[in-house]
Ligand binder design. Structure first.
Ligand SMILES: Cc1cc2nc3c(=O)[nH]c(=O)nc-3n(C[C@H](O)[C@H](O)[C@H](O)COP(=O)(O)O)c2cc1C
Ligand code: SF4
Length: 473
């Protein structure tokens, strides 16, 4: 039976738990940082020595921790790419932009337990010889920025950050930087540009891999809030113990944001892969099932850019046929099923959902948020949104379904600078691919109505970008 497992959120929702440093310390806070700073060089059988920093980096690799920001890339491997020979400073940035629609897990940590993030960051910085780090927080989280600044002040006052931390000779400063409301600032190189004070135009990779040419063209680590919190737990419990949590290759816990048509939307922390999508939706400990009298229609499993699953869909996983609801909620199973766990945000849609409207909503967001550097993304995201706008405003055509897929198929696949190209195409490819009849029926009905009334389509040229931006406000 699937259970919640609270590692990151162990204390955050406990009655009486507050976000001040005294409370955090009373609950064992900053002990992992002290442990990390007190590590001694380790002798290896071949006569070599492993520095404390190398030991932590090795532990993060052994723990199997994968990034919680979206791509699920190995954290230890990412750290191993950092250019440590350039002679330039190494920076660490905590990606607290959390803008993927449906996702609201990082904010729980920052608002309720900010010191956990600071401790995780401090250990990550120590392990990577970083002396200056940033928390890039989504602009709309005004209170979050204030809370983090108060927490940093408290940590500074106790010499847990700052100069000569706890007399160890290690210096670290952390600053909070607020974004200005652009989704693309969550993309790591767009974020870096923004932090440098420029428009957040993602950088082309190669050559601008952050681990080599990141902030101010120096080696830089960008990690998600939840990823960095895990570093504290890896040090506290040991890599081997951490790796026992979750399932092979999908270790640790994940905080799942569950929204949409369930009785109990909210955030739930689970061991990775130890609950299925169906359990997360239906179990009384999690979503508690659909609203009364409703049937499941679709599920977006990993934030709005993840490919949608249709109720009843079956997948071949390791030679076994698995129903969508029985997919373990982990990185690998969802990829094997053709989607992803992304930012671990599950959006549930019941049979009251107009699937064309739902996609129009998602696509409008992406059309608005494209940074505009790459023609396929800038134009394609807008064309898709325009076609969906006419389909949802009585001006559709039966051919719009094919038209949408044709555009979506021509955006990703190396034609764009960043993965936003995929992010805006995957919803269109999967929604239209799996619910094509609904798109065709809508377009056909519009054509028939117009033929009957003997009128031409009114919105042959649907709204311009600024109209899209304000259409829902
Ligand atoms: C368009 C776009 C938006 C993104 N938004 C976020 C975000 O809001 N938060 C985040 O942590 N990662 C986001 N990412 C992923 C980051 O680029 C990066 O991979 C991540 O912060 C790395 O951290 P991790 O390895 O700890 O997961 C986004 C990626 C893309 C392409
Ligand atoms: S893919 Fe889109 S968001 Fe990314 S750089 Fe190109 S235009 Fe900007």
């Amino acid at each position: 039976m699937a259970q919640e497992y609270k590692l990151i959120l162990k204390h955050a929702d406990e009655p009486g738990y507050t976000r001040d440093i005294e409370c955090y310390v009373r609950h064992g806070g900053y002990e992992a940082l002290k442990k990390a700073l007190a590590l001694k060089p380790k002798d290896l059988p071949d006569g070599k020595k492993l520095s404390p920093q190398e030991q932590i980096r090795e532990d993060v690799k052994t723990s199997g921790l994968r990034g919680r920001g979206g791509a699920g890339f190995s954290c230890g491997l990412k750290w191993s790419f950092v250019d440590r020979k350039s002679g330039k400073p190494i920076y660490l940035i905590c990606n607290a932009d959390e803008s993927e629609p449906g996702t609201f897990k990082d904010r729980q940590i920052m608002y309720k337990d900010p010191h956990q993030l600071i401790e995780g960051m401090a250990i990550a910085c120590f392990a990577n010889d970083v002396h200056l780090a940033y928390i890039y927080i989504r602009g709309e989280m005004v209170d979050g920025a204030k809370i983090l600044n108060v927490a940093l002040k408290e940590a500074r006052a106790k010499n847990l950050i700052g100069k000569n931390i706890l007399g160890t000779g290690y210096d670290l400063e952390i600053h909070v930087h607020r974004g200005a409301g652009a989704y693309i600032c969550g993309e790591e190189t767009g974020l870096i540009e923004s932090l440098e004070g420029k428009r957040p135009y993602p950088r082309i990779k190669p050559p601008y891999f952050p681990a080599i040419l990141g902030l101010w063209m120096c080696p830089t680590i960008v990690n998600n809030v939840e990823t960095l919190c895990n570093i504290k737990h890896i040090v506290a419990m040991g890599a081997a113990e951490f790796a026992k949590l979750g399932t092979p290759n999908n270790t640790g816990t994940r905080i799942v944001s569950l929204s949409g048509h369930v009785k109990k939307p909210g955030y739930y922390e689970i061991e990775v892969g130890k609950a299925t999508i169906g359990e997360l939706i239906n179990d009384p400990k999690f979503g508690g099932g659909l609203r009364d009298g409703r049937k499941l229609k679709a599920v977006i499993p990993g934030g709005s850019s993840a490919k949608v699953f249709k109720a009843g869909e079956k997948f071949k996983i390791k030679d076994k046929e698995v129903d969508m609801l029985d997919l373990p909620y982990d990185f690998d199973s969802l990829i094997a099923a053709g989607s992803m766990s992304g930012s671990s945000a599950i959006i549930v849609m019941d049979d009251s959902t107009d699937i064309v409207e739902a996609l129009a909503n998602v696509s409008e967001f992406y059309a608005h948020e494209s940074c505009g550097q790459c023609t396929p993304c800038r134009e394609g995201s807008l064309w898709m949104s325009k076609a969906l706008h006419r389909l949802t405003h009585g001006e559709g055509r039966a051919s719009d379904a094919d038209y949408l897929v044709k555009i979506a198929d021509n955006i990703p696949g190396g034609r764009t600078i960043c993965a936003f190209g995929e992010a805006c195409s995957w919803p269109v490819q999967s929604f239209v691919g799996k619910f094509k009849d609904e798109f065709v029926a809508k377009g056909k009905a519009d054509e028939e109505r117009r033929a009957k009334e003997n009128v031409q389509p009114k919105t042959a040229t649907p709204p311009e970008r600024h109209e899209l931006a304000t259409a829902k406000h």
